[in-house]
Design a protein around this ligand. Structure first.
Ligand code: SAH
Length: 355
């Protein structure tokens, strides 16, 4: 019996790999570049759209390779913020989401890197889904491509790896997707417009520093204290803040970039006087910017336990905290809860659909 051939996922290939693949198929490397342009410039959704590719190569590609990894199943917009959520289904029936956040002349795409998330941060909706698996390179790239198509003729100007999952626990895939989106696309979206956000996986922070990509790195800090982080982000028990800070110092030095601290404000947990003092001290240890984020509560999504007790800090107090944190040496941004009315906090759309 003939075994079924495994299809090559074209969107998981770097440009040079696609060129080599065309050579393997008996064609010139130039055809690989043409296919690449059809995918990334013309946003082709089908091999048959690739008009200047000879019909016999198209036939070979159709039988041996696969173009799309995700199916777009719904989009949901927010009236108040114009944020749009895209819900996708993977070939094995999992749901993942991407978000587009428009701001002035920017369109920021928020990418997912895993189905669910193993970290179980107590304020995060994705954590409630549990963890299923890592996404593949083509599933990450397809989020970018399908959203690009959906917003055409507008273009994505910024990319943040802040959707479902922990990018640095899917390291090789994340790195390869960054290489495609940054290097193979010819720096169309520059490295300063791409941010990887992590809850803190120190050895992979070091690896990313050594990768030469020099993208922006954000640490989901949420508290300057180890014991508080242990409670709200259990991954801290395995990888302490202290180890992460050492890795981040290395990242900042090696890449000559500032580290972004993300800080979601939780009433009575990280908005106290001692938090402000300790946070200021931490910021003085390495080049940082702080992004203060009003919490998008998930209390209504849980039936009890610690997550149900977590409350957002009132907006007035969030503002005051941000203002008091700001000094001539500490750069602070106060982010809106973009898309609160469409449940845009991490994972909330996929989880609603799952239920
Ligand atoms: N695992 C990575 C990336 C995904 S989370 C990380 O932890 O950074 C992306 C960002 O959204 C993180 O800063 C996370 O802490 C934040 N976030 C998650 N749930 C949130 C909520 N309910 N309200 C506000 N921010 C939230």
């Amino acid at each position: 019996m003939k075994t079924k051939e495994i299809l090559v996922e074209v969107k998981s290939l770097r440009l040079n790999e696609l060129q080599n693949y065309c050579v393997e198929l008996g064609e010139s490397a130039f055809r690989g570049k043409q296919v690449f342009n059809w995918i990334y410039e013309n946003l082709a959704g089908d091999f048959d759209e690739m008009q200047n590719i000879p019909a016999d190569l198209r036939t070979k590609l159709k039988t041996k390779a696969k173009l799309n990894s995700l199916k777009l199943i719904s989009t949901q917009g927010s009236d108040s913020t114009q944020t749009i959520k895209y819900l996708f289904e993977t070939a094995d029936g999992n749901k993942i989401e991407s978000v587009v956040i428009p701001e002035q002349n920017r369109k920021t795409l928020c990418l997912s890197t895993q189905v669910g998330c193993p970290l179980d941060c107590k304020f995060c909706a994705t954590g409630l889904m549990g963890y299923t698996r890592n996404l593949t390179v083509s599933e990450i790239i397809d989020q970018y491509l399908q959203v690009s198509k959906a917003i055409h003729p507008d273009r994505i100007t910024n990319i943040v790896y802040m959707g479902m999952g922990e990018p640095l626990l899917n390291y090789e895939t994340t790195e390869k997707s960054l290489n495609i989106l940054l290097k193979d696309l010819g720096n169309k979206i520059g490295r300063t417009r791409i941010t990887v956000s992590t809850a803190g996986i120190p050895h992979n922070i070091v690896k990313l520093a050594d990768s030469g990509l020099r993208v922006k790195l954000a640490l989901s800090l949420h508290s300057p204290f180890e014991d508080v982080r242990n409670k709200i982000m259990p991954i801290n028990i395995k990888y302490s803040l202290n180890e992460n800070i050492e890795a981040l110092k290395y990242y900042a030095k090696k890449t000559k970039t500032k580290i972004m601290f993300e800080y979601t404000m939780l009433k009575g947990i990280n908005d106290r006087e001692e938090d402000l003092i300790a946070l200021k001290k931490l910021c003085s240890q390495l080049p940082t910017k702080v992004n203060i984020i009003p919490c998008n509560s998930i209390a209504h999504m849980v039936s009890g336990g610690f997550s149900a007790e977590l409350e957002p800090t009132p907006l007035e107090k969030v503002r005051e905290f941000a203002e008091r944190l700001m000094t001539k040496d500490i750069f602070v941004m106060l982010r809106n809860t973009q898309g609160d009315d469409i449940a845009a906090a991490c994972g909330q759309l996929a989880i609603q659909t799952k239920r």
